[in-house]
Every structure is written in structure tokens, then in C-alpha cells.
Design a protein around this ligand. Structure first.
Ligand code: SR1
Ligand code: MG
Length: 423
């Protein structure tokens, strides 16, 4: 299959014939296609994902579809998202080596990426639902975020290169549009594709949608998301975009990558840990999850701490971009000035991440794209209890973010809300 063949979606039946002469693939898994075993394992909202096993090894083939898989061909979506995913992966590998799957091949016309098969990794969200405590995720994800967000910004990059990259990713319009609507607006009115656990959540949802302060805050955050082209974001950094073993962590699926505010990735990620926290009550069939809840709050605190420490380290050692130049501070003997500026930058990220986290929680409970943490709770009353607590938490951190000064305060709030008897 060459880049000149018009786009055609792969299938389990056609993959070996179509990719049998692709050298990047045959080198890894073997040339004898009669030994290839192909499985389609995509459980995300957008794409096809195949695992291909051959005589020598295995690889993943990911292909974009010209529509949103979750909804069907009534919602067209450009294939070029695969181009952005490929370019984001190459940048993430350069900025945070070892944090993403190795890329073997990219075919722009077929919108497909052939990449490393991560095994025995599983999706982080699944691990957290199962109650698994992974020892390294806070360190690995905190480092990934600090390195990619810092090194993709004007704190670090040659400004000409950053502007060229900004122009490249500015064309990822349709995926930004999904986030702009699904995350920042749809949850706060009766949008067509919304759904929630009903009738249990009808009253809290109506209350949330009538909350003027919350709606204004969500739009301020949308404004920030759309207008603050600060760094190359992953753009969809939730627990379904991370693969783990007990020792290893890899970030996948950066097809939503674009230049936006640093706090967006951090806020979305932490929101997913807090949602995992509030969903644990629904997964206690085989025993209490108190230790898991404590673990999850500790993970949020550790992730933020690792992020801050690594970001500060990069600030002191790699701040070679056009912002807050060393010539104004360290070179004048003013190290304190550089530290003062760092404080401001970290404070802004903190403020904004709480807002992004709050609305991420809301959209996963009220919007189109729900998450398995809550969806796999079969008892709808129990699910609604978990979701209502998360909604309340999300509102509090989004609206009051300027008055919350530490991750411990946020975690204390989560613990308090979790202990309330009534929703
Ligand atoms: C229509 S796409 C819905 C969601 O799935 C992706 O993973 C993103 O989170 C997006 O918002
Ligand atoms: Mg995805």
C-alpha cells in the first residue's frame, strides 16, 4: 500500500493483503503474512486500532476514519488528525524520551500510523477501575507533562521554530472544535448529544445548568483554551490515553494536539484521577476501596509535585527561549527575579488547571463522551451517587479556584464530599 492509493479503511480481513509488503511492518513482525494474526481492539471514540502479530513479533496499526466512530458517519471528521498525531508523537519523543510508543511508519493518505505494540501494558483507566495501585504513574506522568509542556513553549524553543509549529498545528481545527463544544459548552445546556444518569441526576444537572457563575467560568476557560497558544499540548490527556504496567507508563493518542494553555493537559489529567477517586464507591463488590481512594489522592498530590519540581528544574537549566530571558535576570545577578517569575508562571498554571479539571469532570458525566470509571457501575443509583459527588466537586474547584491554594486543600475537599451521606 503506498501513500498514493486513495484512502480506504482497513479491516481484519484486508490488513495482511494491504500491508503485507510494508517493510516497516514486516521487519518487526515477519514477512510471512499467512502467520499474521490480526485483531481490531479500538475501544476509543474515533479510530480503528489493530494489533498485528506475526512470526517475529507484533505491532499496532492505528487508522483514522473519516467520521467519529462513536457516533457514525453522520459526524464527518477529517483524516488529517492522524498527521497531527504523528507529528505530536515525534515531538513528545524528542522532548520526553521513552514516554510514547515508538513509531515505525506513517502513511498520510491512509491516515495510518504503525507503532510499537505495548505489552503487557493496559489502559490506565482500566487498571484504576480494577483497583490496581501503580507505583510509578505520578512520577512518569508528572515528568512527561513538565518536559513536553516546557520544551514546547517559548520558555525553551527558538521562537521561529515554535511559530512554525504553531502554524502547523493550528490546522487541527476540527479536533479543537470537538473540545470547544463537548468540554466547554455542551455540558452546560441541553445539547443534543448530551446524556446523564436519569432520572437520578435530573435535579443536580438542572441546578448546574442554571448556575450563572459556573457558566461564566466555563466560558472564561474556553476563552483561555482558544486564545492562549502557549505550548504544544497532548490535548486529550485522560486516563484512557495512558498505558501502564507496574513499572512503565506510556502516553498515547495525541491526535487532539495543538498549541494551548499548559494547564489544560495538567487539569484534564488530574480530573481523571479525581473521577477515579469518586467512582471507587461503585467498584466495591469485592471489598472496600479505602486504600485505593487514599492512593488516588496521593497520586494527584505526587503528580503535581513532580510536575512543579521538574518544571522548576527546566526553568533554571533550559530557559533559553524568548520569554523571561536569562539576560534580564541571571545574567544581571538577579536569580531572585527569575524565581519570582517562575512563581507567577506556576501559580497561573495552578489556578487554571483547577478550572479545566472541574469542567472535565462535568463533561464526562453530562456530555456525550462518558468514561468507564462511572459507566461500568451497573447499579444506576450507586452510579448517580458517585457522579453527583464528582459534579459537586467539579463545580467547587472550577468556581472557587482562585481561593484554593494547595493540592491538599483540593484533596481534603474530595474526601469531605466523598464522606457525605446524601447526594
Ligand atoms: C467525539 S470524540 C469524544 C471524546 O473522545 C476523545 O477521546 C476526546 O476526549 C473527545 O472529547
Ligand atoms: Mg483518544
Amino acid at each position: 500500500m503506498t501513500g498514493k492509493t486513495p484512502f480506504e479503511a482497513l479491516s481484519v480481513e484486508t490488513l495482511a493483503t494491504r500491508l503485507g509488503s510494508n517493510e516497516a511492518l514486516t521487519q518487526r513482525i515477519g514477512e510471512d503474512t499467512s502467520r499474521w494474526k490480526v485483531r481490531e481492539v479500538g475501544d476509543g471514540n474515533l479510530n480503528l486500532v489493530f494489533i498485528v502479530e506475526g512470526g517475529k513479533g507484533a505491532a499496532v496499526v492505528k487508522q483514522a476514519l473519516p467520521y467519529v466512530r462513536l457516533v457514525g458517519d453522520s459526524w464527518p471528521l477529517p483524516l488529517k488528525r492522524s498527521f497531527f498525531e504523528y507529528h505530536a508523537l515525534t515531538r513528545q519523543e524528542a522532548r520526553a524520551p521513552g514516554s510514547v510508543p515508538a513509531i515505525y511508519h506513517f502513511d498520510e493518505t491512509q491516515a495510518l500510523i504503525i507503532m510499537e505494540y505495548l505489552s503487557p501494558h493496559i489502559i490506565l483507566r482500566r487498571a484504576l477501575i480494577e483497583g490496581r495501585q501503580l507505583p510509578n504513574i505520578a512520577r512518569d506522568i508528572g515528568l512527561f507533562m513538565a518536559r513536553t509542556l516546557f520544551r514546547g513553549s517559548d520558555f525553551s524553543m527558538v521562537t521561529k521554530d515554535r511559530k512554525a509549529d504553531l502554524a502547523l498545528f493550528a490546522d487541527n481545527v476540527e479536533l479543537c472544535d470537538i473540545t470547544e463544544n463537548l468540554v466547554f459548552s455542551d455540558p452546560y445546556f441541553d445539547a443534543k448529544m448530551n446524556r446523564h444518569t436519569s432520572p437520578q441526576l435530573d435535579a443536580p444537572v438542572a441546578e448546574l445548568r442554571a448556575d450563572r457563575d459556573l457558566k461564566v467560568e466555563a466560558q472564561r476557560l474556553k476563552h483561555l483554551f482558544a486564545a492562549n497558544a502557549e505550548t504544544l499540548l497532548h490535548g486529550d490527556l485522560h486516563s484512557g490515553s495512558i498505558m501502564v504496567t507496574d513499572r512503565e507508563t506510556r502516553m498515547i493518542d495525541p491526535e487532539f494536539a495543538f498549541y494551548g494553555p499548559m494547564a489544560f493537559d495538567v487539569g484534564m489529567l488530574l480530573a481523571n484521577f479525581w473521577m477515579a477517586f469518586f467512582s471507587q464507591r461503585g467498584h466495591e463488590q469485592n471489598g472496600k476501596r479505602d486504600a485505593m481512594r487514599a492512593y488516588l489522592l496521593d497520586v494527584t498530590a505526587q503528580t503535581w509535585s513532580v510536575f512543579r519540581t521538574e518544571f522548576s528544574h527546566l526553568w533554571r537549566t533550559e530557559r533559553n527561549g524568548m520569554l523571561y530571558q536569562k539576560s534580564l535576570f541571571e545574567d544581571q545577578g538577579d536569580r531572585l527575579g527569575a524565581e519570582q517569575a517562575l512563581d507567577h508562571v506556576l501559580h497561573q498554571i495552578w489556578d487554571d488547571l483547577l478550572g479545566f479539571a472541574g469542567i472535565e469532570v462535568h463533561r464526562r458525566i453530562l456530555g456525550l463522551a462518558h468514561n468507564a470509571d462511572f459507566e461500568t457501575i451497573a447499579d444506576e443509583d450507586l452510579r448517580a451517587t458517585c457522579e453527583a459527588r464528582a459534579l459537586k466537586f467539579g463545580r467547587h474547584i472550577a468556581v472557587n479556584r482562585r481561593h484554593i491554594h494547595s493540592i491538599d486543600e483540593v484533596n481534603n475537599l474530595a474526601a469531605l464530599i466523598e464522606q457525605e451521606n446524601r447526594i
